[in-house]
Design a protein around this ligand. Structure first.
Ligand SMILES: [Zn+2]
Length: 182
């Protein structure tokens, strides 16, 4: 394992698994009190001032990264292993069922799925698409498939406010009453 990590042998080091950094509380720039959420480019245009109240905004991680970076955004080093971005299963279940991610309903469904389909990463990345539908509620399966395809909508976090990565489109995010599936 250590050797694979050191040599980055692409035949054995298949990919890394990452969460969306946009979910972090300080990804973009902005001023939370004014609900002003700014991309680094927008923030630069306003001289890092809040467009609503004129005070200094809180500069986020992406902006600092862009200032430090010596490569354009999205640049991928040829020798670096691939990566897959995932949304935590509990979050997918929560938005499929229209409940909070910490609710007992989500916990129950999560445990049920792990028991039936394997580990969380197996469910998120490996479990065959065609089988998913039959083995868990259809809405959750759709969320997982959307995530695999990168079909997500992202609202980046800023100034202490968490970002949101949604695996359902606007209007698709209605809860599905189908809990007793197993
Ligand atoms: Zn403001």
């Amino acid at each position: 394992m250590i050797q694979i990590l050191k040599t980055k042998d692409r035949k054995r080091f298949l990919y890394t698994i990452e969460f969306y950094p946009e979910e972090g509380k300080y990804h973009w720039d902005g001023h939370r009190a004014c609900k002003a959420r700014l991309s680094p480019e927008e923030a630069s245009r306003t001289n890092n001032k809040c467009p609503v109240c004129g005070k200094n905004i809180t500069v986020g991680v992406l902006h600092r990264l862009a200032a430090l970076a010596d490569r354009p955004e999205g640049f991928v080093l040829e020798s670096s292993p691939a990566f897959k971005k995932v949304v935590p299963l509990a979050e997918i279940i929560a938005s499929a069922l229209g409940v909070g991610p910490d609710s007992a309903t989500v916990e129950k469904e999560y445990q049920q799925m792990i028991k039936n389909l394997g580990s969380e990463f197996n469910v998120l990345l490996e479990f065959p698409e065609k089988e998913l539908d039959k083995r868990c509620p259809a809405k959750i399966a759709r969320g997982i498939i959307n995530m695999r395809k990168g079909n997500v909508s992202i609202v980046p976090g800023y100034d202490g406010e968490y970002g949101k990565v949604s695996v359902f489109k606007e209007g698709e995010e209605k809860p599905e009453k189908q809990l007793s599936f197993f």
